[in-house]
Design a protein around this ligand. Structure first.
Ligand SMILES: C[S@@+](CC[C@H](N)C(=O)[O-])C[C@H]1O[C@@H](n2cnc3c(N)ncnc32)[C@H](O)[C@@H]1O
Length: 395
């Protein structure tokens, strides 16, 4: 059924919201004020999920999408607005959710990425019938792509080498670093024909890992932000937008933090550049802890790193002044939240890639901590995602 609706406002994940016979309808790619014709693709109990068929009345904020796969692959939500309008929309969505769900009225500060395309240093692709692609959002519908505008130039050049990375089905992870070096990880149960020599002719290849076995080079690379160096295993987390990471480090380095506990520390990314007296890091992925220990050494620091879940902070036998938390999308677990409430460190720095779990946790932490600064970090331009940095002080 194709019907026309008026778009009222945007959802937190960048979809246009309108109504069909009084029921909410979400439309990816539609903007507030627009009249659009849509096709219902999914009829849920309390809302419709719709596909944009045509824009009848255009918003003056609408721009042409530079990506031919927008609306098809589902990886982007803001290809149809300018970079500044996108960040305005996301920052005001963050202010709104902070107010509605955590009762916090804050002027969110924007930290903009210098680039809104070619910024991602990591791309995870599906392979089907020898083609690269993504699964369309929330489906197993394969969308073949031959390029991704969000990816770094080094990663984009790997797309052109599809014939040198031939396997019928599986996954391919491509990561790049500050120096344009590339590491490729392939998981497949099929026979893989990989022409390493040809790949090396076109990209600065650091390593190829096939089904967890290094078949060329190394399973890590060295990343650099300002004058900090990080060894990053192919399986370890690293922030996807180096430019924004550099700006976060600049903000954090404006203060000094005494004794620090860096929870969810990854390879030591946020904790290493801090001005501090001492640092304890905690991380659940073994390879990342090994990297963090190495990274402390190459950055000439004496940090201690522990393998385990965040709540092992309770085992630290020292007076902690500052706790950094940078959890995955699920936010803090109950034990860690309880620890933070009872421990009452002087400073708390909460970095989050999910505003929903952030506000859930802040609605509890705000009784003990003053939420001093909230930053919208433009870590993922064009996509529905956002990163936030919150600086909290004990009341
Ligand atoms: C968003 S990343 C942040 C990493 C690091 N702070 C950085 O800036 O690169 C979250 C990290 O938490 C780790 N992690 C996930 N669950 C955890 C848990 N329960 N306890 C400790 N670390 C965890 C992940 O492996 C990942 O390295």
């Amino acid at each position: 059924m194709i019907t026309s609706i008026k778009i009222d406002r945007l959802s937190y994940d960048g979809k246009g919201i309108g109504y069909i016979d009084g029921k909410v309808a979400f439309v990816c790619g539609a903007l507030p004020g627009e009249e659009v014709s849509v096709k219902v693709i999914s009829d849920k109990k309390s809302y419709y999920e719709c596909e944009l068929v045509d824009v009848i009345t255009r918003s003056d904020k609408r721009v042409e999408s530079a990506c031919p796969y927008f609306n098809e692959c589902g990886g982007c939500a803001y290809m149809h607005v300018s970079h500044s309008d996108e960040s305005e929309m996301k920052a005001s969505a963050l202010e709104d959710i902070l107010k509605r769900k955590a009762g916090l009225e804050v002027d969110v500060k924007k930290v903009m990425s210098d680039k809104d395309v070619c910024y991602r240093n990591k791309l995870s692709l599906k392979v089907k019938n020898y083609e690269f692609g993504f699964y369309r959002e929330e489906t197993h519908e394969f969308v073949k792509i031959d390029d991704c505008l969000l990816a770094s130039d080094a990663i984009r050049s790997v797309f052109k080498l599809k014939d040198c990375l031939r396997f019928r089905e599986g996954n391919i992870l491509i990561r790049s670093n500050f120096n344009g070096e590339v590491i490729i990880k392939i998981d497949t149960s099929d026979e893989a024909k990989i022409d390493i020599l040809k790949i090396k002719e076109s990209v600065k290849l650091v390593g190829i890992i096939l089904n967890d076995r290094v078949i060329y080079g190394e399973d890590f690379f060295i990343e650099r932000v300002h004058n900090y160096f990080y060894k990053v295993n192919v399986n370890s987390f690293f922030q996807v937008n180096l430019n924004i990471l550099g700006k976060v480090i600049d903000i954090l380095r404006e203060n000094s933090y005494g004794v620090v506990a860096d929870l969810y520390c990854g390879v030591g990314t946020l904790g290493i550049p801090l001005k501090k007296d001492k640092l304890y890091g905690i991380e659940i992925v073994k390879e990342a802890v090994i990297d963090a220990i190495y990274n402390a050494k190459i950055n000439k620091q004496d940090n201690k790193y522990m393998l385990g879940s965040a709540e092992v902070i309770s085992k630290i036998n020292d007076k902690i002044d500052t706790i950094i938390i940078d959890p995955p999308r699920a936010g803090l677990n109950r034990k860690t939240l309880d620890f933070l409430i009872n421990y009452k460190s002087r400073n708390l720095i909460y970095m989050s890639c999910n505003p929903f779990t952030l506000v859930r946790d802040l609605s509890i932490l705000k009784d003990i901590y003053e939420v001093n600064d909230v930053y919208y970090l433009d870590m993922f331009p064009k996509t529905k995602h956002m990163e936030c940095l919150c600086v909290l002080k004990l009341k």
